[in-house]
Design a protein around this ligand. Structure first.
Ligand SMILES: [Ca+2]
Length: 195
């Protein structure tokens, strides 16, 4: 997309002209474009490209996020062939397998049980249809989960051991890797408190 068009879009969303857009501003703006994403997903999305860690998106950060979203969107439209969604049933199995291949290309070597379980958890209406917003949510979730995993896998073994507290933390946290690193450092130093 043209940078000038993006700038215009960004300035419209940044209605109070702060130079930054918040998660709820971004969520509402995406909803206008028919992308209905939960606020938690939009927040994760922002964290992935929030290079200065101020919790909001500057224009430059937004341009990087937009490039990522375009790539994901392109992969999805190559598969849905004008339907607007993928059906998860035996007839459409090939499209789903291609989706899995795309996830692998993004660097996630998920096996089929992990891939299908993750897909099902984003099929909000539980009717076997998988839309673009679910696919974006899935990609953002995987990226955030990997960041969290890596922050525990400090020796880069591709495997982590968790005690019950760490497990509870992982299931409850919204995959904020910088927060996770901070918590782990406090764990290591024997200093732990609840946030
Ligand atoms: Ca920022």
């Amino acid at each position: 997309m043209d940078l000038a068009i993006l700038r215009e879009w960004f300035d419209r969303v940044d209605s109070s002209q702060t130079g930054n857009i918040t998660a709820s501003q971004l969520k509402n703006a995406l909803a206008v474009g028919n992308l209905d994403l939960p606020l938690s997903v939009v927040q994760q999305m922002i964290r992935m490209y929030d290079f200065d860690k101020n919790g909001t998106m500057s224009f430059e950060e937004f341009v990087a996020l937009n490039q990522y979203l375009l790539k994901v969107q392109q992969a999805f439209s190559d598969l849905e062939r004008g339907q607007g969604f993928l059906l998860h049933d035996e007839v459409h199995e090939v499209a789903f397998q291609s989706l899995q291949m795309f996830i692998v290309k993004l660097g996630f070597s998920l096996d089929s049980p992990a891939f299908y379980t993750a897909c099902e958890s984003f099929d909000q209406k539980k009717n076997g249809t998988f839309r673009l917003d679910a696919f974006i949510s899935l990609c953002i979730f995987l990226q955030s989960a990997r960041n969290l995993f890596n922050s525990f896998d400090t020796n880069k073994q591709g495997r982590v051991t968790l005690d019950m507290n760490q497990f509870i933390y992982c299931t409850a946290v919204d995959c904020d890797a910088s927060h996770a690193t901070q918590v782990i450092q406090e764990w290591d130093s024997g200093f732990w408190f609840l946030y």
